[in-house]
Design a binder for this molecule. Structure first.
Ligand code: PHE
Length: 340
């Protein structure tokens, strides 16, 4: 029996060497140590031995069993570790590989400027309102003190949809809509697209943008208009900017002015940007005409106000030194990327 045990142990050790996976290992275990396994068979036969030989034989079988079980456990662990390291090798993540470049969007220069203008005026307590791009003749002209056949209509080439409906030529239409809804004190800005039948070139576009402003309250004077617009010019073009107010004409303001800022490129000495004048026109403004207040049921003897219209495209091209306004509308990424 001793011989037989030795043979089983050695044979099993030998076989274990060549086992390559868990399935094979389990089969071998059943074959030797299972209920009907070889070693179990020997154990069962012990009862046939004479009583004095049984303890010694039992010990031999149990020793063999322990050695075999240890060997199976060891092999099991080895297989497990081999498999694990194989998996880890295969699934290795190379953290040095360069990541995918995610493109980030950015704001259009007009939006950047619009946002900074909103920041400025809202910090002074102006509310931001919206008004329609498709307007009636009443809001775009008539209520703004520009009746039919008024010569001032020729100042703006209008896209008419019907004889009464048009694409707004100026955000001033929003003044009327605001004063119809809100009574003084009023402090609002209204930024948006306006349309005029102009040919496209480096400084003209049939679509452009205006920033309308309106203040109506008791005792509003030309000083308020000058103060706020001068501060705006310094905020936008730099603290050293000077402003110049020239007399002008708009039907809905009286008196009317056009405002120039000293050229931010040459500081007023004269250069190519300001065409040698030292000044750049940035907006039109004036004290709200009494007739306009009356059209909105606001008593002009009680209230006064001022209004202004800033060319958003104009101040944007000046700020960034853009030499062709068409770039603002073409959405060429090579151009847009420079602003972010
Ligand atoms: N709406 C005028 C324009 O388009 C600008 C303006 C606005 C002038 C408000 C005075 C007051 O030319």
């Amino acid at each position: 029996m001793e011989e037989k045990l030795k043979e089983i142990v050695e044979r099993t050790f030998c076989k274990l060497e060549s086992v390559i996976d868990n399935k094979e290992l389990a089969a071998l275990k059943v074959e030797i140590l299972g209920k009907n396994g070889e070693l179990t068979g020997i154990l069962r036969n012990l009862k046939d031995l004479p009583a004095d030989k049984r303890p010694m034989a039992g010990k031999l079988v149990n020793d063999a069993r322990t050695r075999l079980e240890e060997a199976f456990d060891k092999k099991f662990k080895k297989l497990y570790e081999e498999e694990l390291s194989k998996k880890l090798d295969e699934e290795k993540i190379d953290i040095t590989i360069e990541g995918k470049d995610r493109k980030k969007g950015g704001l259009h220069p007009l939006t950047i400027v619009k946002n900074s203008v909103i920041d400025f005026f809202s910090s002074l307590g102006f509310m931001v309102v919206d008004s329609p791009e498709i307007e009636t003749d009443y809001y775009n002209f008539k209520a703004l003190n520009t009746p039919d056949n008024h010569p001032a209509r020729d100042m703006q080439d209008t896209f008419y949809i019907t004889s009464n409906i048009l694409l707004r030529t100026q955000t001033s239409a929003g003044q009327i809509r605001t004063m119809e809804k809100i009574k003084p004190p009023i402090k609002m800005i209204n930024i948006g697209r306006v349309f005029r039948a102009d040919d496209v070139d480096a400084t003209h576009s049939p679509v452009f943008h205006q920033i309308e402003g309106l203040v109506v309250d008791n005792h509003i004077t030309m000083c308020d208009l000058k103060g706020i617009l001068d501060r705006f010019a310094r905020f936008f073009f730099g603290e050293n900017t000077k402003t110049r107010f020239r007399p002008s004409y708009f039907p809905f303001t009286e008196p009317s002015v056009e405002v120039d800022a000293s050229c931010p490129y040459c500081g007023g000495k004269g250069c190519r940007v300001c065409k040698g004048t030292g000044w750049i026109e940035i907006l039109g403004a004036g004290m709200v005409n009494r007739n306009v207040l009356k059209n909105c049921d606001i008593n002009p003897d009680e209230y006064t106000g001022f209004a202004f219209g800033i060319g958003l495209d104009r101040i944007t091209v000046i700020r960034y030194g853009i030499n062709d306004m068409r770039l603002e509308f073409e959405n060429d990424l090579r151009f847009l990327k420079q602003f972010n």
